[in-house]
Design a protein around this ligand. Structure first.
Ligand SMILES: *[C@@H]1O[C@H](CO)[C@@H](O)[C@H](O)[C@H]1NC(C)=O
Ligand SMILES: *[C@@H]1O[C@H](CO)[C@@H](O)[C@H](O)[C@H]1NC(C)=O
Ligand SMILES: *[C@@H]1O[C@H](CO)[C@@H](O)[C@H](O)[C@H]1NC(C)=O
Ligand SMILES: *[C@@H]1O[C@H](CO)[C@@H](O)[C@H](O)[C@H]1NC(C)=O
Ligand SMILES: [Zn+2]
Length: 310
């Protein structure tokens, strides 16, 4: 009895191994890292006011805030009609693995915009996403609205997540979806200088509302996909937004795939359909950022990944 309990405990621990190394507090805005702040030229960043955390579009910085009706060069869709990008934010989580199995069985590639704090908690799930050939982008370290952070914090939010993903997969991400889609010219300038492309969406399932609104009918998610695909008069393809942080939204996501297949959409990632690179090439063999940081992730070689189940 005791033995099997211990065996189970060990197995559970391996499956849920946390990311080795030293990381900032989880789910809190990442503190500035001196070595990373100098990656950008701050005099070339729009001097917009730092805003309160994003709750609605009532608050604007006066500098073209998305998703509040002003966009610049963000990717919002796939340029080619009949292309469709399935994207999932806020993971990895306990529920992601099942979704990846489903997508793999369906031979469909999706994109996961991951939260660094969740990568810390679920490195093995991130590895599975990557090994299965799905695309990975950054969704920040703490899921804070970027317009509410200083320049230095924005950089740290992105780079800590990039470093966590790199430590697990060896790839260096170059696409980002900001939490809430929230960005203005200041945020755009920083993201551009870091070599990243912003990816938003044009088809929002609003599935996350099911977490707070008991009246949210999960059938609406499939209902939206049916509506979008049966009356698609658009000149472009689409990027849909879903979330793999909650069990009910992750399960509901499976129902979209047969709907898209029946309507004969090609399921491609936002980077592929927009002909950009999701990652930096060549992939760094040692992450250059890990040595320049102010003592934060000071020894993040892939060798430290021995806890991660292969
Ligand atoms: C930073 O940008 C400003 C404005 O474009 C430019 O004048 C300055 O030379 C840049 N500094 C560095 C170190 O590149
Ligand atoms: C600095 O900003 C200007 C315009 O805002 C832009 O044209 C230029 O490419 C930027 N330079 C750098 C090094 O980012
Ligand atoms: C699409 O989702 C919205 C909620 O986000 C819902 O009000 C609407 O009824 C859904 N449409 C269909 C056809 O299910
Ligand atoms: C970094 O890690 C390697 C092996 O994981 C170890 O041999 C080395 O001493 C570490 N270096 C520092 C500065 O901690
Ligand atoms: Zn999010």
């Amino acid at each position: 009895m005791m033995k099997s309990f211990i065996a189970l405990f060990i197995l559970f621990n391996i499956v849920n191994a946390e990311l080795p190394g030293t990381w900032p507090p989880l789910d809190k805005p990442a503190p500035a890292v001196a070595g990373w702040s100098s990656l950008i030229n701050a005099t070339n960043v729009t001097n917009a006011l730092i805003l309160p955390p994003f709750t609605s579009c009532a608050q604007t910085s006066g500098y073209c805030r998305a998703p509040c009706g002003c966009y610049r060069d963000e990717i919002l869709n796939c340029p080619t009609k009949k292309d469709w990008s399935l994207t999932f934010d806020d993971g990895p989580s306990d529920y992601t693995s099942r979704l990846v199995d489903f997508l793999n069985a369906q031979n469909v590639k999706a994109t996961f915009y991951v939260v660094g704090s969740q990568v810390y908690r679920y490195p093995d799930v991130l590895k599975k996403i990557y090994d299965s050939g799905h695309e990975i982008g950054v969704h920040t370290w703490s899921h804070s609205s970027l317009t509410s952070l200083s320049n230095e914090q924005i950089i740290a939010e992105i780079k800590h997540t990039e470093l966590a993903v790199w430590q697990v997969t060896g790839i260096a991400t170059r696409t980002i979806r900001p939490p809430y889609g929230d960005c203005d010219d200041r945020v755009r300038d920083i993201i551009r200088q870091l070599g990243y492309k912003l990816v938003l969406w044009d088809s929002d399932t609003q599935d996350y509302l099911s977490n707070s609104n008991p009246k949210f009918d999960l059938n609406w998610i499939a209902g939206n996909f049916t509506q979008w695909t049966s009356k698609d008069k658009g000149k472009t393809g689409h990027i849909s937004l879903e979330h793999d942080l909650f069990p009910q939204t992750t399960l509901a996501a499976e129902r979209a795939v047969p709907i898209l297949k029946k309507a004969r959409y090609n399921m491609v990632t936002p980077a592929t359909c927009n002909r950009i690179s999701a990652y930096a090439f060549p992939a760094p063999s040692t992450h250059s950022l890990s040595t320049t940081s102010g003592g934060v992730p000071s020894n993040s070689t892939s060798k430290n990944n021995k806890h991660i189940k292969k």
